[in-house]
Design a protein around this ligand. Structure first.
Ligand SMILES: [Zn+2]
Length: 273
């Protein structure tokens, strides 16, 4: 029989991992150099931000279906294949009330599959955000603001700068999801303000762009997750800036895999604590 002390220790170790009615959870999936984050709110609602590559879709969709998840929204930050690739499989696997997307033209196999899946599920509302538009969502006591890029062109090969950004506030804690924002978009986000956060989904797979130093310093996260892989690792200078200069705790997809970050509204912690 367990002693009281052993029981207390077991409770103390396991308690932070249990999602209680008051706990918000951001679950960064193990998808390598691709993006997919499930945010589960204390209200019982769920939002998926990006859906990984085509090859990740099956696992993400199966996980959501196995847990009986109904998505209040799926945000596709932009249409690169490592963000939209699994979206069609998610749409086919679980109910999705609304899909939020940026407004720019795209032609790719993955984007076409996404559009075909939307056509199969006409009850899913599609909201396109363009030129600085923002969408506010209230989920219980949490608040989500999804904002679009300011311009309608970023030149050739610059579709990363169309990335929708998601600012999430729960109690005193802040989460910031930045898609693949590169130089121009990071500067836009800095100009918008409200970038300071406890938890940052580091933009653009941890690659270094001109604005990165100023951007990361303004965000000043306590916890940073970088979706990257051994083949396409984060820039070491960027990781060092986060860890040494800013004192952030950095999680790397290639080393840490799936990580869950929780908030009680007053503080953030992870499933590695
Ligand atoms: Zn990407």
């Amino acid at each position: 029989m367990r002693t009281l002390a052993a029981l207390a220790l077991a409770l103390a170790t396991t308690f932070p991992l249990q999602a209680s009615a008051e706990t918000l959870c951001a679950r960064f999936f193990d998808v390598g150099k691709a993006d997919a984050t499930l945010v589960s709110f204390p209200s019982g609602e769920h939002i998926l931000i990006d859906a990984g590559k085509n090859g990740d879709g099956k696992q993400i969709a199966a996980t959501l279906a196995a847990e009986g998840i109904h998505l209040r929204a799926m945000v596709i930050t932009h249409f690169d294949k490592d963000h939209v690739g699994g979206a069609d499989q998610v749409l086919d696997a679980v109910p999705v009330d609304e899909v939020l997307i940026p407004g720019y033209a795209k032609e790719s196999k993955q984007h076409t599959q996404f559009l075909e899946a939307l056509a199969r599920h006409p009850s899913t509302r599609v909201t396109t955000l363009t030129r600085g538009e923002a969408r506010e969502m209230t989920l219980g006591t949490a608040h989500l603001r999804i904002s679009a890029a300011h311009r309608d062109s970023y030149g050739r090969d610059e579709e990363n700068d169309f990335s929708l950004a998601c600012r999430l506030a729960y109690g005193k804690t802040r989460f910031f999801f930045t898609g693949d924002a590169e130089d121009t978009r990071q500067k836009e986000l800095l100009a918008e303000g409200d970038v300071a956060c406890d938890v940052l989904k580091v933009p653009y797979h941890g690659r270094l762009v001109h604005a990165s130093g100023a951007f990361l310093s303004a965000c000043a996260p306590k916890i940073a997750y970088i979706f990257e892989s051994e083949k396409e690792p984060a820039n070491p200078a960027l990781v060092e800036h986060l860890e040494k200069t800013l004192g952030a705790r950095v999680f790397l997809g290639s080393r840490d895999g799936e990580v869950r970050v929780f908030s009680y509204g007053t503080r953030v912690f992870t499933d590695r604590d």
